[in-house]
Design a binder for this molecule. Structure first.
Ligand code: 3HC
Length: 391
């Protein structure tokens, strides 16, 4: 095990600043690195705001915790006394490979590179770095201080020492809402556990979005179909995560899992017009009046009767079974616990144990209706054999 005292967080953006905040709160010395001082200053401002909220509640002394934070725009020098780098830069493979190589060439002989990537191959990131055995994944969920899950991922060449050190560091990072849940991801497969399991739901959601667009049905009526059983309905969640992310992620799965992940027309149009969702103030919804105004709009809307949450659970059970078949997770309890910790929504296996036969039939119909073969149930789901794979 590597004795970790000094953490370098690479990328001060949406995820990076949150990772830096929980790392200094955990007691590590943290260096926040980005390519421009302006990006770092924005990140530091958000960290200070967060710490001040906790100081107001008497939970910590903001100045003392901030005292553990340094910043730099020079990765090669900042990494010199680093034990672990947690990378949260742009989701571009060439950039990730480049910074990973820089870390291995300039950091101490024991330095670990843990990528927060949500979809890219850990194995590929580390392949040409010079030390692939010291590369792993450490995938956080947005917003980092509030979402409990951290997935720790083994690349094809990740050593046990690297994996176990990353698991241990992840356990020490505080969560403001409930206990951290660290999910061990044993195979470097697209989307790891939670994103992989929710990904094919986007095939179904995309089909619903295009159906609604064709029929001129307002988005709030689609979200009303969720009946408050999700923290946010499908349109609002897509806006929240970012429509560019949805497009990027679906194109990634289209390359790595199935052509059935072809993104929906309506999302391609929104992104082409620069409407990326909450981050640009406009996507499916106009976010200028804030999240609560949208929540109110959805509450008042008449359900459209198009989006069926039961299909989502059936699709997730199917993908969860594929995750078990491929050896990505060692049992279905890890998968359910990771989904609840990462998305604040239940995983599919609890209900799936009683519904797998009914849901298998639902998926046969859905695959016929949408012409998306990827939605057809896999063997482990059709036979119900997954029930023996709890641990
Ligand atoms: N530091 C300190 N305190 C903070 C803080 C921070 N950084 N951020 C928030 N807080 C405090 C707030 O001040 C608030 O305090 P209060 O209760 O005393 O007022 C408390 O923490 C809760 O904050 P919010 O009120 O903002 O949080 P909500 O209860 O409204 O929940 C939410 C917000 C967690 C985003 C909730 O809407 C939710 O769970 N949404 C679903 C989000 C989700 O699904 N995320 C996963 C997306 S997928 C992903 O990330 C994968 C990746 O690969 C893309």
């Amino acid at each position: 095990m590597v004795d970790v005292k000094n953490v370098l967080v690479l990328g001060a953006g949406l995820m990076g600043h949150g990772i830096a905040q929980v790392s200094i709160m955990a007691g590590y010395n943290v260096t926040l690195v980005d390519i421009k001082q302006e990006f770092i200053d924005n990140g530091v401002k958000k960290i200070e705001e967060g710490l001040k909220k906790l100081e107001a509640k008497g939970q910590l002394n903001a100045a003392e915790v901030m005292g553990r934070l340094k910043t730099s725009i020079d990765l090669a020098s900042a990494v010199k006394d680093t034990d672990i780098v947690i990378e949260a830069v742009v989701e571009k493979m060439d950039v990730k490979k480049d910074v990973c190589k820089t870390v291995m060439e300039n950091g101490p002989a024991h330095v670990i590179f843990a990528s927060n990537t949500s979809t890219m191959s850990i194995t590929e990131i580390g392949k040409d770095s010079g030390a692939p055995e010291r590369v792993c994944g450490m995938h956080f969920f947005n917003p980092v201080p509030l979402m409990r899950c951290i997935e720790v991922i083994k690349g094809a060449q990740t050593s046990d020492e690297t994996f176990n050190t990353a698991m241990q560091v992840a356990e020490t990072l505080p969560c403001l809402r409930g206990k951290r849940y660290i999910a061990p991801v044993l195979k470097d497969r697209p989307g790891f556990i939670v994103n992989r399991m929710n990904a094919p739901v986007q095939i179904y959601m995309g089909w619903v979005f295009d159906q609604a667009a064709e029929k001129g049905i307002p988005w709030e009526r689609i979200d009303a179909d969720a009946g408050g059983k999700m923290p946010m309905g499908p349109c609002m969640l897509s806006d929240y995560v970012g429509l560019d992310t949805m497009l990027h992620v679906m194109n990634y799965y289209k390359e790595t899992l199935s052509p059935d992940f072809e993104p929906p027309k309506v999302v391609k149009e929104l992104v082409a017009n620069g409407n990326l969702g909450a981050k640009t103030g406009k996507g499916f919804y106009d976010w200028s009046q804030g999240r609560d105004a949208i929540v109110e709009k959805v509450k008042k809307a008449e359900p459209a009767g198009i989006f069926n949450l039961e299909y989502s659970m059936a699709i997730m059970l199917n993908e969860g079974c594929r995750i078990l078949e491929e050896g990505v997770a060692s049992g279905y309890k890890i998968i359910d616990d990771a989904n609840m910790a990462g998305m604040n929504t239940p995983g599919p296996f609890g209900a799936g144990k009683k519904n797998w036969e009914k849901w298998s039939k639902l998926l046969e119909e859905l695959a016929d209706k949408t012409k998306k073969e990827y939605l057809r149930p896999c063997e482990l789901m059709k036979t119900g054999q997954f029930v023996k794979m709890r641990k």
